[in-house]
Design a protein around this ligand. Structure first.
Ligand SMILES: N[C@@H](CCC(=O)N[C@@H](CS)C(=O)NCC(=O)O)C(=O)O
Length: 215
């Protein structure tokens, strides 16, 4: 299988299925396409039906969109990538889908830029997203996380979808305690940043980080 990814410092959508692929133990190769230059869209359109990355190629099949790619990998993976319990799996899929389609203020006001360290004066919408984030992560850790460091104990696709958030909290110095965190959500996000898979991505992202960022 072959993953086509965008600039690793910026492309949060690429990071998610790349982490899923790593955790699956399946063999894969990858190609990196540079984002944010005048020809980027045309270059991506040559390999992606949606003109967006990531894309997964498996023989003559192209799968686009981070969530569809993650589900495809989960179907092929010898390692379980969703919780085994059906109710926990439904919750993991809900949390994953919520990140995929929600948290617009957090995504727009704090775009992923690994290596960036700054502060942001967010608005009420960002505060509402952070409050929801703290409630969601804290609740899942409390109710389902007992067997390990992740949302459902063992690592699942839901953790892949929240890893870019961990970089945003770090990059923009977001104060989760002010949004109701008793330390559980922050500790969980720090855990995501310490996984060997993320550290491998981060090293590559920093080595190839473009000089200028519009993020
Ligand atoms: N919903 C899509 C979003 C993909 C997306 O927006 N990708 C961005 C990069 S992170 C992209 O390819 N933008 C095209 C461009 O910059 O020309 C997914 O989950 O994969």
């Amino acid at each position: 299988m072959h993953l086509i990814l965008g600039t690793k410092a910026w492309s949060s959508w690429s990071l998610r299925p790349w982490l899923v692929m790593k955790r699956s133990t399946l063999a894969f190769t990858e190609t990196l396409l540079q984002l944010r230059w005048e020809g980027a869209s045309a270059e991506i359109a040559k390999v992606s039906p949606s003109a967006k990355v990531p894309v997964l190629q498996d023989g003559d099949l192209s799968v686009w969109d981070s969530l569809a790619i993650s589900e495809y990998i989960a179907e092929k993976s010898p390692v379980p990538l969703w919780p085994e319990d059906a109710k926990a799996r439904a919750l993991a899929r809900s949390a994953t889908a919520e990140m995929h389609s929600g948290f617009a203020a957090l995504r727009n006001q704090c775009p992923m830029d690994i290596g960036l360290r700054t502060t942001v004066s967010g608005d009420a919408e960002l505060a509402a997203d952070l409050k929801r984030l703290v409630g969601l992560l804290g609740g899942l850790r409390r109710d389902h996380g007992a067997g390990g460091e992740f949302l459902f104990g063992a690592w699942t696709i839901a953790d892949a979808f929240y890893t870019p958030v961990a970089t945003r909290v770090r990059s923009y110095d977001l104060d989760l305690a002010q949004c109701g965190d008793n330390g559980v959500a922050k500790a969980y996000l720090d855990e995501l940043l310490a996984t060997p898979e993320f550290l491998t991505w981060e090293t590559d992202a920093l080595a190839k980080r473009p000089q200028t960022s519009e993020a």
